[in-house]
Design a protein around this ligand. Structure first.
Ligand code: NAP
Length: 251
């Protein structure tokens, strides 16, 4: 698997995402929150999807108070929702927003850090549901809502342990391998369309999930989500229209 980085010295223009409608999962916290704010600051109308409504509302308020394009908010638990709820999301997008130009699959959970032998079956299934099954379900539901006239971008979130397995990373690692696989299969299927599909590995980043995985680490030693945004902007904006089926490192 070759791993890519964005072009050297790439600088997104301030209006890179003007007129684009972009849905972000896990938009209430961590990297997803930062991506939503950054996309909005670059002109996108963002649709904030996530589990905790208060967190989404706080991102919504921040976007409004900055005078960026009007956002929308969709509370949805990716662990417990069935496919009909994903179809309801698609209907709401089409009725209230029209079409999508971008979809960032960012939501994720860590699950247990333990051996395969000690993994609890219910934990395994939950990690798979949130980290990969929901990515399939939401992508399938939203494909008809993605613009085929203008170029659209689907970005999935990977991890270093989704490229090389590591002890004690269990379901999380396997779900990220599956994410890379889903990206490759879909990208190949989309290769003759205006829809491109790529993965981002954020790398070690100062968020709640990282602190959960490495409680002894000093978070101040890690890059913030803000420091990764150039890669996220590149993959969402038109400058990456020729990229398809690739996996990128944000660091
Ligand atoms: P985070 O701070 O824990 O944020 C995760 C986001 O996912 C939150 O907004 C959370 O919403 C949402 N989420 C979790 N379960 C959900 C569910 N059942 N339904 C809907 N939304 C749900 O994590 P992060 O570090 O920003 O991670 C973002 C992505 O980057 C993940 O895919 C992660 O695997 C990947 N990643 C992170 C790192 C890192 O070092 N941070 C490294 C490699 C890859 P609530 O807050 O409402 O629960």
């Amino acid at each position: 698997m070759s791993i890519h980085t964005i072009p050297n010295n790439y600088q997104p223009s301030q209006n890179l995402l003007q007129g684009k409608n972009i849905l972000i999962t896990g938009a209430g916290d961590g990297i997803g929150r930062c991506a939503a704010l950054s996309f909005a600051a670059h002109g996108a109308s963002v649709i904030l999807l996530g589990k905790t409504e208060e967190k989404l509302a706080s991102v919504y308020d921040e976007i409004e108070s900055n005078g960026w394009p009007q956002p929308a908010l969709i509370p949805l638990d990716l662990n417990t929702s069935d496919y009909n709820q994903y179809l309801t999301v698609k209907k709401a997008v089409e009725e209230h927003i029209g079409c999508l130009h971008g979809l960032l699959h960012n939501a994720g959970i860590l699950g247990q850090r333990t051996t395969i032998a000690d993994s609890k079956p219910e934990d395994w299934l939950k990690v798979m549901q949130v980290n990969i099954n929901s990515v399939f379900l939401l992508t399938k539901a939203l494909l008809p809502a993605l613009s085929h006239d203008e170029k659209s971008s689907i970005v999935m979130t990977s991890s270093g342990v989704g490229r090389k397995g590591r002890a004690y990373w269990g379901a999380y690692s396997v779900s990220k391998f599956a994410t890379e696989g889903l990206m490759q299969v879909l990208a190949d299927e989309m290769s003759l369309t205006n829809i491109r599909v790529n993965c981002i590995n954020p790398g070690a980043t100062r968020t709640r999930m990282r602190a959960q995985a490495y409680p002894a680490e000093n978070p101040l030693d890690l890059p913030t989500p803000e420091q990764l945004m150039t890669t996220y902007l590149y993959l969402m904006g038109g400058d990456s229209h020729a990229e398809n089926g690739k996996t990128f490192d944000a660091q």
